[in-house]
Ligand binder design. Sequence first.
Ligand SMILES: Cc1cc2nc3c(=O)[nH]c(=O)nc-3n(C[C@H](O)[C@H](O)[C@H](O)COP(=O)(O)OP(=O)(O)OC[C@H]3O[C@@H](n4cnc5c(N)ncnc54)[C@H](O)[C@@H]3O)c2cc1C
Length: 441
Amino acid sequence: MDEKFDCIIVGGGIAGLAAAMILARNNMKFLLIEKGEFAGSKNVSGGVLWGHDLARLVPGYWEEEDGGWERFINHRRLTFMDEQSTFSIDFKSSHFNETPYSGVVVLRSKFDRWLAGKVQEEIDQSDHAMESFIATNIKVDEVLMENDKAVGIRTGDEEFHADSVILAEGVNNLLTRQVGLQDDYVPADHMLTGIKEVIRYDQKVLEDRFQLNGLSGMSNEFVGYSTDGVEGGGFLYTNRDTISLGLVAGIKDMREKEKSPHDILNTFKGHPVIQDTIKGGEVVEYSAHVVSSGDKRVMPKELYKDGVLLCGESANLLMNAGKAIQGMDLAMRSGILGAETIVKAKERGDFSSQTMKEYRQALDESYVMQDINNFQDAVHMLHSPEMFKDVPNLICDFGRKFFTIDNEPTKKSREMMSESIKEHSSYWDLIKIGFKGAKSL
Ligand SMILES: Cc1cc2nc3c(=O)[nH]c(=O)nc-3n(C[C@H](O)[C@H](O)[C@H](O)COP(=O)(O)OP(=O)(O)OC[C@H]3O[C@@H](n4cnc5c(N)ncnc54)[C@H](O)[C@@H]3O)c2cc1C
C-alpha cells in the first residue's frame, strides 16, 4: 500500500478511537493501528467513563440493548478505611438516572471493541469507506520523521505515509519519546501501578447486595488501609454481573515500603468490610497496568510538533483530585479535539505546528487542561503521606467513638474528635491540611 493517508493514529484505546470517529465523520482518509489482537484487548481500567462525550461520539448509545457499557452510575461513595473500619460519604440520586448518563462503568476489552465497531460503521458511511482502515495485531515501531516533521510510521519492514500522525499509544509512550516530545526519564514517583480483579456473582445477588435497579450502578473509591499505607487508593465498581475491585499504588512508595501490588490487593480484600462485600464471588479476571499520577510535571514538554499530536495518556492526561480517577474521559476529549485539529489542517493544507498548536489551545480552553491546572494542589495533597494513613485513621477512629454506645457516660463529639486528633495527627498538621484543602478544592 503506497497511498498516503491524511492521518495515521497509533493506538486503538479510548483516545485513538475517539479521534478515529471524528476523522471518519469528516470524511478523512486514515489508518488506525492497534497492537492488540483487537481494540481493548490490552487495556485496563477500573473503570468509570465520566461525562457526556460518549454521547457525542455514539448518540443514543444508552438505547442499545447490549452496548459496550455495563451500568450507569447513580450511586457514589467515598470511603475512608483503617484496619478494621470504614467511614463513608455516600451520595445517591435519581438525578443521575437521566440520559445521557454522566458516568458509565466499562470493561475495556468489551467497550473498546464495541467502540471500534461503531467507528467501522462510520467509516463504512464515509467517502473513504474502502481507503480508511482499523488494523489490529500490528505494533508501530517508529514514527517516520523528515526535517523534524512526522510523515508516517514504520512497522517491521513496512512503511505507511501520512500528512499527520496522532499518537494515542497510552501511558507507555515510547513513540512520544522517539519524536522528542517527552524526556526518556519519567520519575517513578509520578507513576502508579493499577491492579484489578473482576469478580463474578449471580446477577440477582449482585443487584440485591449493591441495591441496583435495572442498569443502575455504584462507584466506590477508598482511601487509607485499601493500599496498606502506600500512596494510592482503592476502587469498587459494579458491572452487569461482576464487580471491578482494585487499587492504584505508587511505584516508588511500594519499592520503598517493600510491598508488592499483589500483597496490597490481598490486604485490601482481607479487610473485614471488603470480605463481607465480596463474599460468594468468583474471580474471573486479573489485570495490571501502569497509570499516571496526574501530576502536571510529568506531562510532555509540548503536545504537538510538525505533523504530530499527542492524545490521551500518551500526553499523561489524567486527573485524580480525590473524587474519581479521570483518564478515559480526558483521553476521549483530547482524541476529539486532536482529530478536529487534523480536519482543519487538511482544509488548510497545513499540517505544520502552526495548525497543530490549535490543538493545544483547544485543550487549554477545555475542561481537560483547566481541571488539570486548577486542581494540581489537590493532586499533590492527595499524594501526601498523611492522606493515605493519618487522615483515614483519624476519621475512622472518630467514627468508632461516635457510633459506640457502651452504657458509659457519652463524651461530647468535640472531645472525641480532640482525642482522635491527638492519637493520629496533631492540630497543627490538621490546620496545614485544612489550609491546603481549602486552597486546592
Ligand atoms: C487499574 C486502573 C484503573 C483505572 N480506572 C479508571 C477509571 O475508573 N476512570 C477513568 O477515566 N480512567 C481510569 N484509569 C485510567 C485510564 O485507563 C487511562 O487513562 C485511559 O485508558 C487512557 O486512554 P488512552 O486511549 O490514552 O490509552 P490506552 O487506553 O492505554 O490505549 C492505548 C492503546 O495504544 C495501543 N498501543 C500502544 N503502543 C502501540 C504501538 N506502538 N503500536 C500500536 N498500538 C499501540 C495499546 O495497545 C492500547 O490499545 C484507570 C487505569 C488503571 C490502570
